[in-house]
Design a binder for this molecule. Structure first.
Ligand SMILES: NC(=O)c1ccc[n+]([C@@H]2O[C@H](COP(=O)([O-])OP(=O)(O)OC[C@H]3O[C@@H](n4cnc5c(N)ncnc54)[C@H](O)[C@@H]3O)[C@@H](O)[C@H]2O)c1
Length: 282
């Protein structure tokens, strides 16, 4: 039967994007945020985004209404009890995610899958806090979720084949291309991407080139759609720092040791696009 009812926890960039993708794929979505106002605001912003898509002729008005009708908002974790899959997408912090998984373990049914959208954290350390660790895996969407084609399916050593198969089927039903990857920090994409992004900050710090030239060089020279410093701002500098710290903790490779500028920007609360200030002003 596949996944028919999806719970999403976290109302940040990723939670909102995944909600749109899943609702468009015909899946009922329950969005859970700690505050009801925030959860409601996500639905309101989805409505606005769908309205723009109707204006541009990308979706029929009736279809947009159907998409919106599939999404409900709650602040109550218990409202996720009837979901076939719960995907958490809260802040990249192991202790926060473990506490959440601990609560979820007592709420969802024995047959439900609990998944994480973590970019780097060890999925097995989330699996071991729930009663059915075989039903936990990673489902890693990319940012912005509606536009990016890939989803990484992360297989911790505790996951059953059925869990990985169901997660893969869900991501494909959302129209995404999937790759399966073992539970190692950074999986495939971030493990390869973040040394590059971190080294762009190193280059800025040591004065090799300025911000605009570093970004222009990688766009024009490698045909990348955006430069590394603009991409860090898009990902979020706090999330980027957490990713580098987790990669460094796992592999001890100096390329993963976050550059001081990144740490200082995060300390200052300049987190990139989401705070309208990072390497660029927005
Ligand atoms: N930003 C990206 O490019 C990207 C891409 C793929 C995956 N991810 C992953 O998705 C997850 C969410 O990232 P995001 O970019 O949406 O972050 P975000 O900063 O936009 O949102 C984080 C969310 O976590 C919530 N939160 C913060 N502290 C919390 C707590 N103590 N308890 C419960 N909720 C809390 C916030 O209210 C917010 O809703 C992270 O695990 C991140 O690694 C991010």
């Amino acid at each position: 039967m596949g996944i028919q009812r999806l719970g999403i926890i976290g109302s940040g960039i990723m939670g909102a994007g995944i909600a749109e993708v899943a609702a468009k794929a015909g899946i009922e979505v329950v969005l859970r945020s700690r505050k009801q106002e925030t959860a409601d605001a996500m639905v309101a912003s989805l409505e606005k985004s769908l309205g723009k898509q109707v204006e541009k002729g990308r979706i029929e008005e009736a279809a947009a209404k159907e998409v919106l009708a599939r999404v409900s908002a709650t602040s109550d974790l218990q409202a996720l009890a009837g979901c076939d899959l719960v995907l958490e997408s809260v802040v990249e912090d192991l202790a926060v995610k473990q506490a959440l998984f601990g609560e979820l373990g007592g709420i969802v049914s024995d047959t439900a899958i609990i998944a994480t959208n973590t970019s780097t954290l060890p999925v097995v350390e989330l699996a071991t806090v729930v009663p059915n660790p075989e039903r936990v895996c990673g489902i890693h969407f990319f940012n912005p979720a509606p536009a990016m084609a890939l989803v990484e399916i992360i297989r911790p050593i505790t996951a059953s084949d059925a869990t990985v198969a169901a997660a893969t089927e869900f991501a494909q039903a959302c129209g995404k291309t999937t790759v399966e990857v073992q539970d190692r920090a950074g999986f495939i994409v971030n493990c390869l991407l973040f040394p590059y992004l971190n080294n762009a900050v190193r280059m800025l710090e040591n004065g090799t080139a300025n911000r605009d030239d570093i970004d222009a060089a990688m766009k024009g020279g490698c045909n990348f759609p955006m430069g590394p410093l603009a991409l860090l701002d898009l990902v979020g500098l706090d999330t980027s720092l957490s990713i580098l710290d987790a990669l460094y903790a796992e592999f001890r490779d100096p390329n993963y040791a976050a550059m001081p500028t990144l740490r200082r920007l995060v300390a200052a609360g300049h987190l990139g696009r989401k705070t309208k200030r990072g390497f660029y002003d927005y």
